[in-house]
Design a protein around this ligand. Structure first.
Ligand SMILES: Nc1ncnc2c1ncn2[C@@H]1O[C@H](COP(=O)(O)OP(=O)(O)OP(=O)(O)O)[C@@H](O)[C@H]1O
Ligand SMILES: [Mg+2]
Length: 500
């Protein structure tokens, strides 16, 4: 790709970008949120047609003009986007061949499709029948189905835009082994990720984008993680986590006692078993555990949106809270930032103002009217504080880059002035520099006496930020570790169901 320039109203997303990938290499594309990574890949795949950008694309030396995705697919390019695109109510086989059906006499040949589907599923090491509905698959399996879909099209260039953000470590490792195998067959792979350890474990070369410009392309072997970070953010980042200046008080803020909840789908299955814990004022309480351990479900059940409660109490500052709907919880001072920004966090077709002000509306009603000026200025202030990259607060959220959408979710909950802020995977998809900003804001909040509960699957983040760590295993609390004993080893042992 040469001299690629792509402009949106008010935004130069790509400013004469050069990007070249060799045959049979894994090439990582990295850069801060809003740097232009996803946009560059949408140019490559024809999502943005040839007349909507400047510059040229060559594949195998031949100039390409893609008017749509079909065109790029014909040139053997396949892109797996940041937000997966499988149709949940269809089965694996239907998804794999969607828009690319095997036909016989004008009709879809399901027998042949199934046989082929079996074969590609085997190739991606997914031992599931092709007639399984996608909604019954975990994120890792869905990712593999997306890859199977690409293989069926016999792609030569496979693009993965943040493929591992919702995968467990084992799932990510499976994916990487697969990519290495494809590389061995001459396939080129473009890999976008904010997880730099992954980038170094898989990439042969790395291209850095900053503000829509190419900084350079480097051999992964010759680059250190620190150098890469400074290339990305334009300065040295000596620390990944800001130094904490707070001491949690001994006063309880949120107290959960004997919380037991049944699974919403399986009548006799206890999903959360007799959970009790206390989060203190001015504390960052980390919740660690393997994916699926029940951490998200625990907090969703406290909000009354998951499971069938069988016993348990919730106290906030010594007072029992009995009402349990999300809006009652917000009124009481408990806010929950969801891990799934697309599903529950944001209304993508609305602008930043609408989204950020959504949950705090009650607080800014003066005499029953929305104080528009106050709303606008608090949203503008928050947007600035969080360094959301956008031409204005009137930008439609859908047009923001993935990481900047996450910052909007964050801002929305901060505006509710919570006493307890529950953050579920708060920095998923966020670049290293912006992560540091978010951590700094978290520290500021606890210094003000707010309690933060942070669910995270990234151990370094748990270790770097928590005053205390609770480890959840199979719907039970497996153990609690003060900061001094919170080591990677101790947490992993408890998370895997072992004893310390
Ligand atoms: N459809 C659109 N309309 C307007 N602006 C857009 C649109 N798509 C992207 N942008 C803007 O273009 C810039 C590049 O966005 P892009 O999504 O490519 O970033 P990214 O590098 O993928 O970031 P992230 O790591 O957060 O996913 C951002 O400033 C973004 O707000
Ligand atoms: Mg992106």
């Amino acid at each position: 790709m040469k001299n690629i320039r792509k402009v949106f109203p008010g935004v130069v997303a790509l400013d004469n970008v050069d990007f070249s990938v060799r045959e049979g290499e894994i090439h990582a594309l990295v850069g801060e949120n809003g740097a232009g990574k996803s946009t560059l890949m949408k140019v490559l795949s024809g999502v943005y047609p040839v007349n909507s950008y400047e510059g040229e694309i060559r594949i195998g030396g031949e100039a390409m003009s893609f008017y749509n995705i079909k065109d790029s697919e014909k040139a053997k390019v396949s892109v797996i986007y940041q937000e997966l695109s499988l149709l949940k109510n269809m089965n694996i086989c239907e998804n794999i061949f969607l828009g690319n059906e095997i036909k016989k006499g004008g009709l879809i040949d399901w027998d042949a499709s199934f046989i082929k589907a079996y074969k590609v599923l085997e190739e991606v090491r997914l031992n599931i029948s092709p007639d399984t509905l996608v909604l019954n698959l975990g994120m890792g399996a869905q990712q593999l189905v997306e890859i199977a879909k690409a293989i069926v099209k016999e792609c030569r260039i496979l693009v993965l835009d943040e493929p591992t953000s919702a995968l467990t470590e084992t799932e990510a490792e499976t994916l990487f082994n697969l990519l290495r195998e494809f590389r061995g067959r001459g396939m080129s792979c473009i890999f976008i990720s904010h997880k730099l350890n992954e980038v170094f474990s898989i990439a042969d070369r790395i291209t850095v984008l900053t503000d829509g410009k190419t900084v350079g392309t480097y051999d992964a072997e010759k680059l250190s993680e620190d150098t890469l970070i400074s290339l990305m953010v334009g300065r040295e980042l000596t620390q990944r986590y800001p130094t904490a200046n707070h001491t949690p008080s001994n006063e309880a803020a949120l107290e959960i006692k004997n919380w037991t909840v049944y699974d919403p789908e399986i009548p006799d299955k206890i999903a959360l078993n007799n959970i009790s814990f206390t989060a203190k004022k001015g504390e960052i309480l980390g919740f660690a555990g393997l994916m699926g351990a029940g951490r998200t479900e625990l907090f969703l059940s406290l909000l009354g949106v998951w499971g069938r409660k069988s016993s348990g109490t919730v106290h906030l500052n010594g007072q029992e809270i009995t009402a349990r709907t999300p809006s009652d919880m917000i009124k009481a001072g408990i806010s929950y930032l969801t891990e799934d920004r697309k599903g529950k966090g944001l209304i993508l077709i609305e602008n930043i103002i609408e989204n950020m002000a959504l949950s705090s509306l009650d607080k800014r009603l003066s005499h029953g009217l929305i104080d528009g000026d106050a709303e606008l200025s608090s949203v503008e202030e928050m947007t600035k504080q969080l360094q959301v990259k956008t031409p204005s607060v009137e930008q439609i959220v859908q047009n923001l880059s993935g990481g900047n959408q996450q910052k909007v979710v964050f801002g929305k909950w901060l505006l509710t002035n919570p006493k307890v802020l529950i953050l579920d995977e708060p920095t998923r998809g966020i670049d290293v520099g912006a992560k540091y900003e978010i951590y700094t804001i978290m520290h500021r909040l606890v210094e003000m006496g707010i309690t933060i509960i942070m669910i995270s699957s990234e151990l370094p983040e748990i270790l770097g930020m928590s005053d205390r760590v609770i480890v959840v295993h199979e719907g039970k609390i497996a153990g609690e570790l003060p900061r001094s004993e919170a080591t990677q080893e101790n947490i992993m042992t408890l998370a895997a169901g072992g004893k310390r």
